[in-house]
Design a protein around this ligand. Sequence first.
Ligand code: OOB
Length: 542
Amino acid sequence: MSATDARLPGCPPWPEDFAERYRRAGYWRGETFGRMLRERAGLHGDRVALVSGEDRRTYRELDARVDRLASGFKALGIQAQDRVVVQLPNVAAFHEVCFALFRLGALPVFALPAHRGAEIGYFCEFTEAVAYVIADRHGGFDYRTLAANVKTAVPSLQHVIVVGDAGPYTSLESLYRTPEPLEEPRPDDVAFFQLSGGSTGVPKLIPRTHDDYLYSVRASAEICQLDTSSVYLCALPAAHNFPMSSPGVFGTLYAGGTAVLSLHPSPDVAFPLIEREKVTITALVPPLAMVWMDAAKARRHDLSSLKVLQVGGAKLSAEAAARVKPALGCTLQQVFGMAEGLVNYTRLDDSEERIIHTQGRPICADDEVRIVDEEGQDVPVGETGQLFTRGPYTIRGYYKAETHNARAFTPDGFYGTGDLVRRTADGYLVVEGRAKDQINRGGDKVAAEEIENHLLAHPMVHDAAVVSMPDAFLGERTCAFVIPRGTPPPATSLTSFLRERGLAAFKIPDRVEFVDTFPKTGVGKVSKKALREALVRPAATR
Ligand code: OOB
């Protein structure tokens, strides 16, 4: 079997010369996630791996439960390379499901708890998923109702597996059975799919291999100085790349530390956990970091164990960055990453200047970073341009997206991140803005085109253009400019229409403006720049 045969069709591999280079340099070590957990259970059997509510799982228990669950999945008929959409809140079952699927070589597709019918239906259909794993209820929402709709619509979907009260479906708990030997996946196999924040009509799927992801996990754990005494609090959704691998729960398990799962990122839920479990490191998006800093003033909980607060997913202002240490008594680490690969960190021993004013530098010496102008020419150090990257843990293409890949990647394999950045003389990156048509709503990514397509399905919408508007709390919110057919409908009829179509709540426009025409650019395209400017201009001059 050749190196590429093992991969799932539709997942562009690294060219063999690069793969060889990354192996020789020791980045890709031929490990798999399943074996990694087994080895950790051997090394740290009695240490606590996961804390989830009142449940505590040692490494040995976690490893054994994962074996039993993998056998249960197999008995259901789930096989290597089958896709399984996983949508779970921050509970231990999430990680048991992940590692059980990894051991089986089946491929989780990591949905977020906020996703609804439109997204889940698409993931299931596009990946031809055989199973969908949910919680019964979470955050006031019954996922079994969502599952019922998706199951009717997607013929490939054979199993709905539920954590908690399964109703008519299969209970996850019923699947743990006597373990049997399983055939291991290969290290260069795709291990799972992450979701792209995206800028296109439908979300793109990001295939990550055991080799490449484990490298980023291991190197991130080293950069963050994780060891067996580390206690990581997972407050952001566990399925997102940041709390999963930067270094996140996977990095903590790699290092033999303890990962504590918080069902909610609010101080009310997270602060008592920090105090009780003596959390040493956690990760937040900028708006949450702001909320935490305010809440910490009350000093109702002992947060003194916290050594590192990572902030990423969206730009943290220098003013907010400077407040982290005084407010929370810990080191700030800025993290500028993407599910497609490249992750930049400020280092823990960096100067205050770098920590406050930059978004860090890449993990790896072989992360190739190019910052280019509109013509694709490299810009001088200090000047802003578009960020392109290639490296040992940055994908070479999205899943089954040949046409889009030809645009999103250069012919020599660099991924166009759509971010506008500049590089400092010492190789640190500063994020200055964005060229992609996306709204970053406090770390939640909204692809303008996706929302526009949904709006266009409304009978009273002639045309739609979705743009960002500045927001003091989230950084950005979304505004939909709409040209109506005839008399404008009430704005709420459009937003409820989107909700009924099953869009995640964070994608529903925060504001709707009806207009007669859109401003155009010189070549006649809708000028989103002019629309954004219209939003910040004082009303009298509009
Ligand atoms: C993380 O991953 P994604 O895939 O949700 O979003 C990636 C995009 C980046 O291209 C950039 O536009 C933005 O999110 N971003 C930031 C940022 N971190 C991410 N923009 C400004 N400053 C930052 N610090 O968001 C992600 C993945 C791994 C680790 C951390 C974040």
